[in-house]
Design a protein around this ligand. Structure first.
Ligand SMILES: NC(=O)c1ccc[n+]([C@@H]2O[C@H](COP(=O)([O-])OP(=O)(O)OC[C@H]3O[C@@H](n4cnc5c(N)ncnc54)[C@H](OP(=O)(O)O)[C@@H]3O)[C@@H](O)[C@H]2O)c1
Length: 247
């Protein structure tokens, strides 16, 4: 049974991915930051349905907590074979001229440093060079890396640009080590994330400007992630799946 770590899986896209990968037979680690109850509810749903899951609290931007999380998974179940780097944040909508260093650094520390740290620990366990059996990593980026999120959160968009570069660079570094690294770039998905930007109804507001005229569901993103980590995508690395209704 493959072991998958999904960061930020207490709700939204991470939760949908946890449920789908559990249905497909993986053992799932549901990482979360604050909402223990929500993470436990995801775990309970999976376990009641006959799957195997556990919750693990860790701030992905904290190096020690990331290392401890991977070690705890090693001890409980064995090395992670699949990593879905998903935990991401954004802040209230504003223009670049109103950004503070504190905010920019907070976004970058979670969205970029957090992804790097989890990739590092995963590669140490998956890489043939380190005696690992190979593996798959999916980095959840955003359509914002292409669109720039003007007037909303260019800092967030830039963090996702960094995630795209990480995905390309790491995929090439580890391609010969049995590890595939790919990205998904969702856009306008119905989750609670938009409330942290100060506009819970954002997806409905922009829906008419999306070529498909609707927002996306977390389950639609989960399907792409599940394909990328599956053996069906065995020759796919350094690639991106855009899930933004044509945007
Ligand atoms: N929703 C969209 O339209 C959209 C579009 C493009 C890309 N994305 C990307 O998709 C990913 C998931 O987004 P979402 O909309 O599902 O987000 P969400 O509903 O806001 O959920 C965020 C998740 O990340 C966790 N989290 C936040 N900071 C963390 C940290 N430092 N360490 C560990 N976990 C942390 C949260 O845990 P707690 O609940 O415990 O706080 C929660 O489980 C993000 O990378 C986001 O940038 C989303």
């Amino acid at each position: 049974m493959k072991i998958v770590l999904i960061t930020g899986a207490s709700r939204g896209i991470g939760k949908a991915t946890a449920q789908l990968l559990a249905q497909q037979g993986m053992r799932v680690v549901v990482n979360y930051l604050r909402d223990k109850q929500a993470a436990q509810a995801v775990v309970d749903t999976i376990n009641i349905a006959g799957g195997t899951a556990m919750a693990w609290q860790a701030d992905v931007s904290d190096e020690r907590q990331v290392v401890d999380m991977f070690t705890a998974i090693d001890d409980a179940w064995g090395p992670v074979a699949v990593l879905v780097n998903n935990a991401g944040i954004l802040s209230t909508q504003c223009r670049v001229e109103d950004l503070t260093a504190e905010r920019i650094n907070r976004v970058l520390t979670t969205n970029v440093t957090g992804y790097f740290l989890c990739c590092r620990e995963a590669v140490k366990r998956m890489s043939h060079q380190h005696g690992g059996a190979g593996g798959a990593i999916v980095n959840v980026s955003s359509a914002a890396s292409r669109l720039g999120a003007p007037g909303e959160y260019v800092d967030y968009a830039a963090s996702k640009g960094a995630v795209d570069s990480l995905t390309i660079g790491l995929s090439l570094e580890v391609a010969a080590q049995g590890i595939r690294v790919n990205g998904v770039r969702p856009g306008f998905i119905y989750t609670d994330m938009h409330a942290s930007g100060g506009e819970p109804g954002r997806v409905d507001r922009v829906a008419s400007a999306i070529p498909m005229r609707r927002g996306g569901r977390p389950e639609e993103v989960a399907q792409a992630i599940a394909w990328l980590v599956s053996d069906s995508a065995s020759y796919v690395t350094g690639s991106f799946v855009d899930l933004a209704g044509g945007k």
